[in-house]
Structures are given as structure tokens and as C-alpha cells.
Design a protein around this ligand. Structure first.
Ligand SMILES: [Zn+2]
Length: 80
């Protein structure tokens, strides 16, 4: 039986995402090289990663509870 491949967002992400299963590496910043091969911790498959130096972006928000939720939604790109 074949399972349709899920669409995995692994392009221009802020963490290395396994293109096989979508697993997100927690410590992508710790990778020494801008390009290399990795074995997924989750599914064990090998994949290549590239680190694109598109620029690190920072955002700041006031630490008020309600704003925090709005800011988080904004970060996730929800426009509602
Ligand atoms: Zn995987």
C-alpha cells in the first residue's frame, strides 16, 4: 500500500526539517557546516541540508500575556 506523500515544509525554515517525515531538529544552529548530510532522529532516513544565510531575524514584543498570543500568531503567519 502506498501512502501519499505529505507536503512537508522544509524550505527556508528556521530549523532543519526532515524532508521525509517532517521532524524538526531542535539544535539546527549547532550544525558546523552550511551543507551536509544528516540522519533523521525520528525516521532514520538520510537527507541533505543547506543552510541559507538569508539573515537572522529577530522580533521583540512586550511581555504582556495577551500580546504574547498575538505575537505568536503573527510569527506563525496567521492573518486573522
Ligand atoms: Zn525523518
Amino acid at each position: 500500500m502506498s501512502e501519499l506523500e505529505k507536503e512537508i515544509l522544509c524550505q527556508s525554515t528556521d530549523e532543519v526539517i526532515c524532508p521525509h517525515c517532517g521532524y524538526s531538529l531542535r539544535d539546527s544552529w549547532d550544525l558546523q557546516d552550511d551543507h551536509g548530510k544528516l540522519e533523521c532522529d525520528e525516521c532514520g532516513k538520510e537527507f541533505e541540508y543547506y543552510r541559507q544565510n538569508l539573515g537572522v531575524v529577530y522580533s521583540t514584543y512586550k511581555t504582556e500575556k495577551k500580546d504574547e498570543t498575538a505575537a505568536y500568531s503573527a510569527l506563525k503567519g496567521e492573518k486573522k
